[in-house]
Write a new protein. Structure first.
Length: 84
């Protein structure tokens, strides 16, 4: 999603310090980080309240979801790819 960096920046403003955001995507972590740098909207090291955790996987494959230990999450957001 092109707007994911905007979402993360806004989320960082409203969550409690020490919050974690797990991003699961089929996109490789290096590509995601390069995309954040390319847009220059999100400086991962400058997030105040959020820590980003990256997971490579497909959200429609059960074993990939089970690898996330979702029972530890307070909230879950599933966002569609903008191409859909």
């Amino acid at each position: 999603r092109r707007d994911i960096d905007d979402m993360i920046v806004e989320l960082d403003k409203i969550v409690e310090p020490g919050s974690e955001l797990t991003l699961m995507s089929t996109v490789a972590v290096e590509s995601r980080l390069a995309g954040f740098q390319q847009t220059a909207k999100l400086q991962v090291g400058q997030l105040q309240n959020l820590t980003l955790k990256h997971q490579v996987g497909n959200q429609v494959i059960r074993r990939h979801l089970e690898s996330l230990s979702m029972h530890q999450f307070d909230s879950i957001l599933i966002l569609a790819d903008e191409a859909l």
